[in-house]
Design a protein around this ligand. Sequence first.
Ligand SMILES: C[S@@+](CC[C@H](N)C(=O)[O-])C[C@H]1O[C@@H](n2cnc3c(N)ncnc32)[C@H](O)[C@@H]1O
Length: 387
Amino acid sequence: MGEGIRVKGHGSSMRHRFHSICPYFAMFPETFVEKHLAASRFNGVVFDPFCGRGTTVFEALLNGREAAGCDIHPVAVCITGAKCNPPGRDEVLARINELEASLSVLPSPLLSDEMAEFFAACFHADTYEEVRFLRANLDWRNDRTDRFIAALCLGALHGESHRSSNYFSNRMPRTISTKPAYSVRWWNEHGYVAPRRFVFAILRNMVDFRFRTTPPASRGDVVETDARKANAAFPYLGGKVTDIITSPPYIDTTNYREDQWLRLWFLGEEPKSIQVRDDGRHYNSKLYWNFLKEAWEGVAPLLAPQARIVVRIGGRKLSKEEMFARLLASLEEATGRIVKPADDGMTTPVKRTQANSFRGAKASPTVEHDFCFLVINSEHRSVHTIK
Ligand SMILES: C[S@@+](CC[C@H](N)C(=O)[O-])C[C@H]1O[C@@H](n2cnc3c(N)ncnc32)[C@H](O)[C@@H]1O
């Protein structure tokens, strides 16, 4: 992160300010996407079935490509949707002013003792009213202006508020939401008190900042759905996707909802920090590879006759060779096509991140592998030299 990215068509070396609207765990840098877009000789639709904060989709739009993506996580869909289908700056400012003018105190929510204690310590009472009001009034799933404001709120909801006056919360990490009881204990031990933050003023400043780089000319479609159902969600993309640049959930890495419980609450869910474990596919190797095969099956009908698939993947328990062999097999099986590795794969150490240090070393992979495959119909056998 943080590498200087030239804003396409901007004539400056400024990184596009939509990229960092909200941090997201396990995100890859835009340089990774840029490198693979430059290496591709194709020019069809760019697609990411596990789009996260939308690095692939947004970077593809900045490069003048048609792009789309999906994710099952509402936080991911809100952030990516905001970046890739943004409203105009004036519309956002007008909506913020309208919301502020209609601000009212909502009835107190019914909360468990643990949650009531958490919210009372996490936000100053007046800031909390503003946050709750926005939570109740932003129609982020259906309205792109509201989605953009919601994404700005997600990025500001919690963070190191002693370092930046743009965070709404008491001191917290910005990448993950710490658990309620742990947070309250830590704030009490250190005597940290939630600062009064004026949410609407912060939002207006953020709009000024974010729109200093012009949004891309074209829009990208982002859908909240399971990658296994990508075909049903994007029927108009059938046969049009030439480039997939993606990073699926890693095999033994935590379920993404638990670490994001406060942002999920802001997007309308009940406050809940402990999630029921999913069906085990992220912990059981057989289930995991079957899941990935089903995800490729969901995407396969979207693929053009020749397509390039780039996958960044990690996991503590699997060697690079095993990852490569399993990925290749899952792609072959799911697409029924010829799948040719474009290279031997590249391994990079995982940077120490804020999320990793909170989860502990055991929960995070230490290396990631980048694999690139060409997926071709048998009648295109002769073009396998395309990289
Ligand atoms: C490694 S992250 C992708 C990060 C992304 N490359 C970025 O730069 O932000 C994996 C993503 O897969 C999503 N995910 C997990 N299971 C999914 C499924 N069945 N369908 C679609 N997305 C899924 C997670 O919510 C998470 O956002």
